[in-house]
Design a protein around this ligand. Structure first.
Ligand code: SF4
Ligand code: F3S
Length: 104
């Protein structure tokens, strides 16, 4: 499966949801997650993300993000249409350590 990672936090561009053929994105306040059991591994969302936040769960260090995606995909609502990204999204692009203070 593919997972959404820290780079999405406070960027939340949502280009990803427009291309997913199985609508397996779920939206929190500051980021999205992918339901890893619904993702069919097509890979089309990965290059769509302007923040490079989407990665295959086979990459090293993805265990934590796989767990987070799995957990919050069952808590947050499904999202299938791109909304407006946060006004300051570009300022958060590439900022490190967003998880601790801004995960939601
Ligand atoms: Fe959806 Fe494909 Fe991305 Fe999985 S890899 S979340 S199925 S677009
Ligand atoms: Fe997040 Fe990238 Fe989608 S910033 S909302 S994973 S397009």
């Amino acid at each position: 499966a593919y997972v959404v990672t820290e780079a999405c936090i406070k960027c939340k561009y949502m280009d990803c949801v427009e291309v997913c053929p199985v609508d397996c994105f779920y939206a929190g306040e500051n980021m999205l997650v992918i339901h890893p059991d619904e993702c069919i591994d097509c890979g089309v969302c990965e290059p769509e993300c302007p923040a490079d936040a989407i990665l295959p769960d086979s990459e090293s260090g993805m265990e934590k993000w796989l767990e987070i995606n799995r957990e919050y995909a069952t808590k947050w609502p499904n999202i299938t249409r791109k909304g407006d990204a946060p006004a300051d999204a570009d300022q958060w692009k590439g900022v490190p350590d967003k998880f601790e203070k801004h995960f939601s």
